[in-house]
Design a protein around this ligand. Structure first.
Ligand SMILES: Cc1cc2nc3c(=O)[nH]c(=O)nc-3n(C[C@H](O)[C@H](O)[C@H](O)COP(=O)(O)OP(=O)(O)OC[C@H]3O[C@@H](n4cnc5c(N)ncnc54)[C@H](O)[C@@H]3O)c2cc1C
Length: 132
C-alpha cells in the first residue's frame, strides 16, 4: 500500500528540522528526507565543528597570554589530533541526539501501531520523549 504525506521536507538542517516539527505539531503527516547526516551543515560541518575548534584556539590564546591576567603557566603547546577528536565527539553527540529522537519514534510507532504513524501518535510520543 502506498504511503501518503501532507508534506515532504527535503533536508534535515536548520531550515528543514524546525519546519518538519512545526508541521507535525499542527497535525500534518510529514516525511523528513535527509541524504547525508541529520542536522545538516550547521551541526555536521558548519557552526558546531568550527566553534568547538575556535574554543580550543581561545583556550590556547589565554594560556599563552596568561601573564596579562596575572596567571603563571608553563610551556603551552597545542595537541591538534586531540582538538579534532573533541570536535568529532561533539558533532557525533549532537547528530546522535537527532538520530536518537527519530530512532525512538520509529521504534515506538512500530510497537504501538504496527508501523502506521498517525500524526496524533507521533505527537504524543514526541511530547512524552521531550518531557521525560
Ligand atoms: C563553516 C561554517 C560555519 C558556520 N557557522 C555558523 C554559525 O556559527 N552560526 C550560524 O548561524 N550559521 C553558521 N553557518 C551557516 C549555517 O550552517 C547555515 O545557515 C545553515 O546550516 C543553513 O541551514 P539549511 O537548513 O538551509 O541548510 P543545511 O544545513 O545545509 O541543510 C540542508 C540539508 O539538506 C540535505 N539535502 C540537500 N539536498 C538533498 C536532497 N536532494 N535529498 C535529501 N537531502 C538533501 C543536505 O544533506 C543537508 O543536510 C555556518 C556555515 C558554515 C559552512
Amino acid at each position: 500500500m502506498a504511503t501518503t504525506y501532507d508534506a515532504i521536507v527535503i533536508g534535515s538542517g536548520q531550515g528543514g528540522n524546525p519546519l518538519a516539527h512545526k508541521l507535525a505539531d499542527k497535525g500534518w503527516k510529514v516525511a523528513l528526507v535527509e541524504r547525508k547526516h541529520l542536522g545538516g551543515t550547521c551541526i555536521n560541518t558548519g557552526c558546531t565543528p568550527t566553534k568547538t575548534m575556535v574554543a580550543s584556539a581561545q583556550v590556547a590564546y589565554y594560556a599563552r597570554n596568561a601573564k596579562r591576567w596575572g596567571v603563571r603557566t608553563g610551556r603551552v603547546s597545542v595537541d591538534l589530533p586531540r582538538i579534532v577528536e573533541r570536535k568529532n565527539n561533539i558533532v557525533q553527540q549532537f547528530r546522535g541526539g537527532k538520530e536518537g529522537i527519530l530512532g525512538f519514534l520509529v521504534g515506538q510507532v512500530m510497537k504501538k501501531s504496527g508501523g502506521s504513524a498517525s500524526p496524533k501518535l507521533v505527537n504524543e510520543l514526541l511530547r512524552k520523549r521531550l518531557a521525560g
